[in-house]
Design a protein around this ligand. Sequence first.
Ligand SMILES: Nc1ncnc2c1ncn2[C@@H]1O[C@H](COP(=O)(O)OP(=O)(O)OP(=O)(O)O)[C@@H](O)[C@H]1O
Ligand SMILES: [Mg+2]
Length: 333
Amino acid sequence: MKEQTQTILEARGLVVEYRTRRERVRALDDASISVAPAEVLGIVGESGSGKSTLGAALAGALPREARIESGEAHIEDHSVLHTGERELRALRRARLGFVFQDPIGTLDPTARVERQLRWALAAEHEGRASTAEIHALLEQVRLPDPTTAARAYPHQLSGGMAQRVSIAIALANRPAAVIADEPTASLDASIQAEILELLVDQARHHSTAVVLMSHDLPAVRRFCDRVAVMYGGRVVEQGPPAVLFANPAHPYTRELLASALGHEQPGQRVEPIPGQPPVLRSATQGCGFAPRCRSVLAECLTVRPELHHVGEAQTLCHLPVVASAHQEETSRG
Ligand SMILES: Nc1ncnc2c1ncn2[C@@H]1O[C@H](COP(=O)(O)OP(=O)(O)OP(=O)(O)O)[C@@H](O)[C@H]1O
Ligand SMILES: [Mg+2]
C-alpha cells in the first residue's frame, strides 16, 4: 500500500510572473507553504501580496498569462509542473474543491442547483446520486428548505444561500483540500462569520484541509490552525494564530495586525501601514518590506532574508537573528 501523504498541497520556492503585452509582474517571489491533511491554513496580507496567485499555483490553475519561473508545487504526490493539463484537471476535480468570493458569479447561471451538485460528484457517482442524497448535501450546509434550493437557479438565491451551495459543491466529492479565496468578502457582514464557520465545520467533519485567503483577521484567528502572512510575493511569517497574533516577530505582521485589529479596541484609531505595497518586476534585493519598515537595519537592504524559526513560528526577518547574535556576543563578554 502507498504511504499516506502528510502534505496535501505544497509550494516550494515558487516564483510566478504574469506577462502581459503591457507589463511583467512578479506575483510570487520565492513563496513556500504547505498544508497538511485536515489542517485549516489562513493566508493573509495586503491586496496584491500574492495570496490568490499562490492559491491558484497550488491548485495548478494559474491563468494563461502566468508563468512559473522556478520552484515546485505539489498536489499530494503529483508535481504540478510535470503533470499535463488534462491530468491536472482530473486531479483537481477528484482531490480539490474551490470556494470563491462571488458565489452567484461562480455558479453556472443556466443550471439548477441540483444539476450542479450532480456535476460536482465523482464521475462514477454522478449518474447514481438520488434526489435524497442531493438534498442531504444541501442539508449539511444548513439550507432550511433543500427541496426548493435544489430546484432553484443561482439568480434565485441570496448571496449567503449561493455561498452555502458553493460550499456543498466544493465538498460534495470529499476532496482532500478546499481552497477558499475570500469566501465571505462579498457577503453581508451579518452572515460572514456564520458562513465561514460552516465551511470550516464541514471541512473538519470530513477531515478536509482548507486554505483560506482572507482580509478578515479576527476570523482567521478564530478558525485557522496556522496562519501565513504574505508580503511582496513571499510568506514572511507563519505560525499558530495564538502565537502569531499575540507575539508577531515580523514588523510587517505587527503593522498588519495593528492596522486590521486596532478597531477591536474601542476608541483606538486604525492606522494604515505607511507607504505602498510593492508591485515587483524582478526579485527583491534584501527584504521586500525594508522600504516601509520602522526597524530597518543595514542588512535588510542588501541581504535577502530566509525563513527561520522563532519559537513556534517561522519568520523571514533579520531582526531576531541580529538580536540573538548581539545577545550572544554580550553574554560572551
Ligand atoms: N492576471 C493577471 N495579470 C497580471 N497581473 C496580475 C494578474 N493577477 C494578479 N496580478 C498581479 O499579481 C500581484 C499579486 O496579485 P494577487 O491577486 O495574487 O494578490 P492578492 O494578495 O490575492 O490580492 P487581493 O487581496 O487584492 O485579492 C498583484 O501585483 C497583481 O496586480
Ligand atoms: Mg486575491
